[in-house]
Design a protein around this ligand. Structure first.
Ligand SMILES: [Zn+2]
Length: 152
């Protein structure tokens, strides 16, 4: 890390202060850091790396499992049929993948490209603190159980 990195800074904090709901040696998951939209999470490597190409073999190998677990947990918690994911890297240069689900009852504006535009624009109408919190708690339970089962 050559200059201040907000994700490295957060990763240096303890689990509760950093908002991390699951953290392995290589990857960590927190709620979407910029928008309290229900069912949106951020998956990031625990060390500073700026691109997929910069991942170690171990990080790359574990990425698929982490994405699969997060997608499965999200779909179980929200009853979503599918999830959306993106990784831009333009502003925060620490690799991170944002993964989330369509918003219930919102029609075409609540899924697909229209939803991604609203998420990127930090559309305040997507914010639902109570639902975001309950989704986070339920997702954390599933991911923690999966992590414990995997580590045994
Ligand atoms: Zn970083």
């Amino acid at each position: 890390m050559t200059e201040a990195c907000v994700l490295c800074e957060r990763l240096g904090l303890d689990r509760s202060a950093g908002g991390w709901i699951v953290r392995t040696q290589l990857w960590a998951v927190c709620p979407h850091p910029a928008l309290q939209a229900p069912g949106w999470f951020c998956l990031t490597p625990t060390r500073h790396v700026e691109s997929f190409a910069g991942l170690t073999n171990a990080e790359a190998a574990e990425l698929g499992a982490r994405l699969r677990e997060l997608d499965s947990a999200l779909r179980a918690v929200t009853d979503a049929e599918y999830s959306h994911a993106y990784s831009l890297g333009a502003n925060v240069r620490h690799l991170h993948i944002l993964l989330g689900v369509a918003q219930p009852g919102g029609g075409k504006a609540a899924r697909g490209a229209a939803l991604l535009k609203r998420v990127l624009d930090k559309d305040a109408t997507l914010v639902d603190v109570a639902l975001t919190d309950s989704t986070r708690i339920m997702t954390q339970r599933i991911l923690s159980a999966a992590t414990q089962n995997r580590d045994q």
